[in-house]
Structures are given as structure tokens and as C-alpha cells.
Design a protein around this ligand. Structure first.
Ligand code: NAD
Ligand code: IPM
Ligand code: MN
Length: 354
């Protein structure tokens, strides 16, 4: 029987609470299928580990992860450890070292999910963000000069390489072509006169190979406005690292909230493991109380099943999430309910079994 080896990093805050449910759901899928199974290896890495050991993960941590088929991650970051340390040393490190250059984030309003927009055609909120995930504004290039002096200076460089832009843009075109969808490019080339002009140029160049894909280009400020006023304009969307980060939280807001937003960090060549996670953080404001919504994590599990070549199961998980939402009797407080994280996890299992 095929065994998928999954490295689990529950991480901080609500991370362990939501991942516990994600693992149960994957186990049940494997049981129901009968043709594959999951073997989970849990790693205690995160902010608590940092406070004990002075590092976010073990010295051989990346090597241990490298041997698995995927990483399943909860959330990283907690008060007491500076965010730029915890995130750079764990989450961003994994994305970069494993060349997970595609961050695939669905923004789809399921039936039963709350939407704050007025007079919107609910079915029109159905997009897939392809976020560049390895460089750009997150390249980590810069300097902090003359700290504490009157002429203290910081420099944060955006780094956009031809290879880096081309590969993620091509991935987005391929996806749009495969799904028969439009592709929207979101940049800011009126102000960012090097990086985004270059990106737009590559968007055009790569597009010559996909004459069948209808494209649109928006500046990010206008795109944010249209996501609220007229979300039906967007189908497949491609953006740089930072814009994709921001726009997908906006996307979460119009598609049911942070408790429903998932993301896949993909190394499409499968040279390294890909990583699946809810896009929300560790939510210190609600951590440890069973209040966290695990549905984003279940959605990330669905993305993992898609990536492993089980799109039928991926879809069945989304259907199960939708069934829980439509039923409406077992929901966490962010969705207006009173159920706990574990009760919602159990409700997903019940719907899955039908
Ligand atoms: P956050 O996503 O943790 O929380 C924002 C708001 O959404 C909070 O009110 C929180 O209660 C709510 N929320 C988030 N997930 C929820 C869920 N599953 N169910 C119900 N409510 C949920 O963002 P933040 O407060 O800006 O960041 C907290 C910490 O997490 C910081 O250290 C930050 O750097 C880190 N962070 C980590 C990741 C990650 O690991 N992928 C992502 C974003 C932020
Ligand atoms: C996300 C998060 C991360 C990002 C942070 C925690 C570094 O916000 O996955 O959306 O900006 O990519
Ligand atoms: Mn984010």
C-alpha cells in the first residue's frame, strides 16, 4: 500500500489545535479509500522550542523534512519571540530552501460561508491566487546601517529574477489554460518602475505561448477595490510575494474569514516536499481555548490530496466543509457558532462519511 510520509509542524498558538483535526481528517480519508495511508512525524519546532533551545528547529531539521512527501504546518509566531526571527527561521526558510515558489491560495465562497459584501453574486467569488513565494519583496536582501546614529539607514531590496518571475507566471498561465479560466496579473508598475515593469514584461512574453488564455492586468490598488466591489472579475490571479500575501487576507475576508483560508506552498518539480497550511497565523488572542476554526486546515489537507494525485478526495473534503457550513449547527465562534475546534473536526468526519 502506498504510504505518504508527512512531516507535521503544529507550531504555535492555535497551530496544534487545528492540525490535530487536519490529521484526523487525512487519516479518515485514507481509511475510506483503502489504497493509501499516512504516516505522520510530528516535530515540536516553533517559538516554545526557540525559547528552550535558542533556535526555531533542530540543526538537522531541514534534512529530516527533506525526506518526507509533504510538510503539514499549523502556524508560526508568538509574542515573546520577534516575528521576523520566528518566521524567517522556520516558515520562510522552508518555503525558500525547498524552492516552494508557487503559493496556491483558493479564494472561493462556499455555500453557507458568511460574506460581508452586499449585493454580490456569491458564485462569482471563485478565484485562485498564484502568489510568487520565493523572492520579490521577501528576498531578505538589505542592510541596517549606522544603527542608533542620527543617520541610521535601512534598505529593504525587492529582488525579481527572470527565472523567478517566469516560472511562477508560467505556472499561472498553465493553470488558467488547463481550467479554461481568465488570468489576471496584479502589479504596481506605475510606481515600482523596475521590479513591476520587468514583471509585466515577462507576463506579456510568457503569454505569447498561451494565446487561448484571456488576460487582464490591474494595479494592486485598483485590484483591491475591485475584489470588494466586483470580485467576479477575478479567476486565476498571479501576483508578487507581498501583494499576494495582502490580497489573500482580503480574499479570506470576502470568502468566509481567516478560518476558511488555505494555501499550498508548491515545489512543482517535486524535487523537494511541498508544504500545506492554513494561511492564518497563530491567533494568540484565541489560542488554547478550543475556539479556532479548523476548516482552513482541512482545506489545506484537500490541497495536499490534490497534489498527491487524489483530486476526487480533494473535492470530497471541500464538499464536506461545505456541508458543515450549510448545516450550520456545528461552527466555531468566528462563523457565528458555539462549537469547539474538535467538534467541527468531528462534524467534517461525519459529513465525509455521508
Ligand atoms: P492571525 O491570522 O493569527 O489572526 C488574525 C485574526 O484572525 C485574529 O483575530 C484571530 O483570532 C483570527 N483567526 C485567525 N485564524 C483563525 C481561525 N482558524 N479561527 C478563528 N479565528 C482565527 O494574524 P496576526 O494576529 O496578525 O498574527 C499572529 C501571529 O501569527 C504573528 O506572530 C504572525 O507573525 C504569525 N503569522 C503566522 C502565519 C503562518 O504561520 N502562516 C501567518 C500569519 C501570521
Ligand atoms: C502568510 C503569512 C506569512 C507571509 C508571514 C507569517 C511571513 O502572512 O503565509 O500569509 O507573509 O507569507
Ligand atoms: Mn499572510
Amino acid at each position: 500500500m502506498n504510504t505518504y510520509h508527512i512531516s507535521v509542524i503544529p507550531g504555535d498558538g492555535i497551530g496544534p489545535e487545528v492540525l490535530a483535526e487536519g490529521k484526523k481528517v487525512l487519516d479518515r480519508v485514507a481509511q475510506l479509500d483503502g489504497g493509501f495511508r499516512f504516516q505522520f512525524t510530528d516535530y515540536p519546532w516553533g517559538c516554545e522550542y526557540y525559547l528552550k533551545h535558542g533556535k526555531m528547529l533542530a540543526d538537522d531539521g531541514m534534512d529530516r523534512l527533506r525526506d518526507s512527501d509533504a510538510v503539514f504546518l499549523g502556524a508560526v509566531g508568538y509574542p515573546g519571540v520577534p516575528d521576523h526571527i520566528s518566521l524567517w527561521d522556520l516558515l520562510l526558510r522552508i518555503r525558500k530552501e525547498f524552492d516552494q515558489y508557487v503559493n496556491l491560495r483558493p479564494v472561493k465562497l462556499l455555500r453557507g460561508a458568511p460574506c460581508p459584501l452586499k449585493d454580490v453574486d456569491r458564485a462569482s467569488i471563485d478565484m485562485t491566487f498564484v502568489r510568487e513565494n520565493s523572492e520579490g519583496e521577501y528576498a531578505g536582501s538589505g542592510a541596517w546601517l549606522n544603527p542608533g546614529k542620527p543617520h541610521e539607514t535601512v534598505i529593504q531590496n525587492g529582488v525579481f529574477t527572470r527565472v523567478g518571475c517566469e516560472r511562477v507566471i508560467r505556472f499561472a498561465y498553465e493553470l488558467a489554460a488547463k481550467e479554461g479560466k481568465t488570468l489576471t496579473n496584479i502589479t504596481k508598475s506605475n510606481a515600482l518602475n523596475y521590479s513591476m515593469v520587468f514583471w509585466d514584461q515577462i507576463f506579456k512574453e510568457v503569454g505569447q505561448d498561451y494565446p487561448q488564455v484571456k488576460t487582464y492586468s490591474y494595479l494592486v490598488d485598483a485590484a483591491s477595490m475591485f475584489m470588494v466591489k466586483d470580485p467576479g472579475r477575478f479567476q486565476v490571479v498571479v501576483t508578487s510575494n507581498l501583494f499576494g500575501d495582502i490580497l489573500t487576507d482580503l480574499g479570506a475576508a470576502i470568502a468566509g474569514g481567516m478560518g476558511l483560508a488555505a494555501g499550498a506552498n508548491l515545489n512543482p518539480e517535486r524535487k523537494y516536499p511541498s508544504m500545506f497550511e492554513p494561511i492564518h497565523g497563530s491567533a494568540p488572542d484565541i489560542a488554547g481555548r478550543g475556539l479556532a476554526n479548523p476548516l482552513a486546515t482541512v482545506w489545506a489537507a484537500s490541497q495536499m490530496l490534490d497534489f498527491f494525485g487524489h483530486p476526487d478526495w480533494g473535492k470530497r473534503l471541500i464538499d464536506a466543509i461545505e456541508a458543515v457550513l450549510v448545516d450550520g449547527s456545528v461552527l466555531t465562534p468566528d462563523l457565528g457558532g458555539t462549537a469547539t475546534t474538535a467538534q467541527v473536526g468531528a462534524a467534517v468526519l461525519a459529513k465525509l462519511e455521508g
